[in-house]
Design a protein around this ligand. Sequence first.
Ligand code: DX5
Ligand code: ZN
Length: 217
Amino acid sequence: MNIKVSASILSADFAFLGDELKRAEDSGCDMIHFDVMDGHFVPNISYGVPVLKSIRSRSRLPFDVHLMITDPLKYIDAFTDAGADHITFHEEICGDKNEVIDKILSRGITAGISVKPDTPIERVYPYLDRLFMVLVMTVEPGFGGQGFIPKTLDKISALRAEIIRRGLDTHIEVDGGIGFNTAPKVARAGADLLVSGSFLFKSEDMSASVNALRREE
Ligand code: DX5
Ligand code: ZN
């Protein structure tokens, strides 16, 4: 499988965000992963629309926006206007998921749904044919630098089997604790889009780290 890497700038040095984006692009990352936390859906606050808007022109890579917020519907327009290329929201929100997908697709960008580690993967099956990606959280959302939760591997395999069974080309993105040791495991289980934050941004040689994430053995 062709493994793509999305660099989570949550672990970047925010004092030099423009340079960090360039480092990710020069190192061969395929996307920039932009984590939005509202202090309500998750117990942390990160950054939002104005930050995305101001860094958008600093990278040619697509922006993969991960909304860890209670009411995504309200903010789709603002994030799209700011330059989001993909928007992923959580299955665990209240409200009509198809309405959120409709809104994202109406803006001409692609949609994803994310599941927390304890959420059954079957919950995304009704939406699969409308999604560019399913984001399987491999840690509890809210913070970078946590340890990978192994039981999420079974969800990735089950989801890959369902995607194949239905003849779809939906991507499986994984997020949390992805590094040198865990990348081959998630890739073998069927993930093809690997988010990585601390492993990439804390490394001395980011190109080598990106290559390490792409190896499947
Ligand atoms: C966590 C975020 C992740 C986070 C991953 O809630 O969704 O994108 O930045 O960080 P690492 O790769 O350090 O686990
Ligand atoms: Zn994320």
